[in-house]
Design a protein around this ligand. Sequence first.
Ligand code: MG
Ligand code: MG
Length: 247
Amino acid sequence: MVPIKSPAELDAMRRVSAVLRKIIDELRPRVIVGMATQELDAQALEIMRENAVRAAFKGYRGFPANICASVNEEVVHGIPSNRILKEGDLLKVDIGIELDGFFSDSAFTVGLGKIDGRSKRLIDATKKALDLGIAQARAGNHLSDVSWAIQSHVEAQGFSVVREFVGHGIGRQMHEPPEIMNYGLPHKGVVLKEGMCLAIEPMVNAGTWEVDISENGWTALTKDRLNSAHFEHTVAITGNGPEVLTR
Ligand code: MG
Ligand code: MG
């Protein structure tokens, strides 16, 4: 069953998501060439502490860091490290936080300095696919309308959607039902209702959709080692359509 949030729970989701938005707005300009991803992790933790929220990823199934920082061929679940960001890299930052028992989850991709044209198009296609998926997150639609909107845009742009990782419901837990695939034919699955909260997160590869898991047991890598991009928002389905809580 997909949890339906009460008005009070939706307000709590708005509060935690507004804080996450603020954290991301502070962190994003700090991403610079020459920085190690573990420095970014430390800065993220500092900002989370200033805002009195908990890093939801830390310790989740043993995840060792506060944020996920995935570079280039790393799709998701990159562990911040001493890897130095260089000109032309794509960095995906994924952050989950908890405030007063409610979770919010959001991710973004940034290009460092001058990036190549195909990587720029990859980022744009992923961001647009997220927007198109969100637009389908309305009461009465089926869950796979979101999936299809994402897949059809991505593939029309000549890229591929990752199959092995999915978006998810979110609220009193980081991962609630339903699983939101980023591919699939429309008009299938759960009928969406007011009060559902969804973390929609297309992961888009420049080449093949297939991934490997790195030897750290966490990080997904594109099988062909080409670049990948990722955007995510936490969205509430309301009587007025989708409300993007983390925007
Ligand atoms: Mg996330
Ligand atoms: Mg997520």
